[in-house]
Design a protein around this ligand. Structure first.
Ligand SMILES: N[C@@H](CCC(=O)N[C@@H](CS)C(=O)NCC(=O)O)C(=O)O
Length: 234
């Protein structure tokens, strides 16, 4: 049984979706341990041992390489691990594989961090800073444009096949309203988004811990995520 330490946020959803897409089923092949990041569970010593950056998701597979347990943090690394373990969603051919890795890195280095900042300044920041709101809303629109243009010539984000790149990007686009996006500006990306959203494994993945999902805008969550709790020495 694979243990997943997670919360219903975009980075958590990536892993829940990937597991279900790989044919691993919640309750049978993997179990989820909620890490409530609004309440500070991410700072517990046991969690820090497997996720030293105090962020979800993290995963422990008792049947790792060589039959030995492995723990992993960073959602991109976890997706690649599961792709290698199951032989799914990372093409075998060298050329196609590099294209998928290219778009996975685009998500990890661009889409995630920039849309995360858009959420922060548009939703969570206690004061509205016009410069920051404009900066990250513009960056969100620019990134949506990059993906929309890519889909002019490709069925999926990295080519002909559905891959870890699609799985990594999709959950971040579910919060398009919070990023100031108008789908009318990105019609090809909207078709892709609806196609991915309709996949049964994606629907099972985003349903994981869905009841716990709420905006982290209360005082306690703000302090835990953005205040002194976050920056205490551990
Ligand atoms: N690059 C990391 C980012 C993980 C991340 O930012 N996780 C957020 C939730 S989406 C978190 O755990 N935040 C808690 C905190 O910052 O204390 C990944 O892709 O796994």
């Amino acid at each position: 049984m694979i243990d997943v330490y997670s919360w219903p946020t975009p980075n958590g959803h990536k892993v829940h979706i990937m597991l279900e897409e790989c044919g691993l089923r919640l309750g049978r092949d993997w179990q989820v341990h909620p890490i409530n990041i609004g309440q500070g569970d991410q700072f517990a010593q046991d969690f820090l041992k497997i996720s030293p950056n105090n962020k979800i998701p993290a995963l422990v597979d008792p049947q790792g390489p060589g039959g030995q347990p492995i723990s992993l943090f960073e959602s991109g690394a976890i997706l690649l691990y599961l792709a290698a373990k199951t032989g799914k969603f990372l093409p075998k051919s060298d050329r196609a594989k590099w294209k998928v890795l290219e778009w996975l890195m685009f998500q990890m280095g661009g889409v995630g961090p920039m849309l995360g900042q858009a959420h922060h300044f548009r939703l969570y920041a206690p004061e509205k800073i016009e410069y920051a709101v404009n900066r990250y809303t513009n960056e969100a629109k620019r990134l949506y444009g990059v993906m929309d243009r890519q889909l002019a010539h490709h069925e999926y984000i990295a080519g002909k096949q559905y891959s870890v790149a699609d799985i990594a990007i999709f959950p971040w686009l579910r919060s398009w309203q919070n990023q100031g996006i108008d789908w009318a500006d990105h019609p090809r990306l909207k078709v892709w988004f609806d196609t991915i959203a309709a996949r049964p494994a994606v629907q099972r993945g985003v349903a994981v811990l869905a009841d716990a999902r709420k905006p982290l805008t209360d005082d306690k969550s703000r302090d835990v995520l953005f205040g002194k709790t976050q920056y205490e020495k551990r």
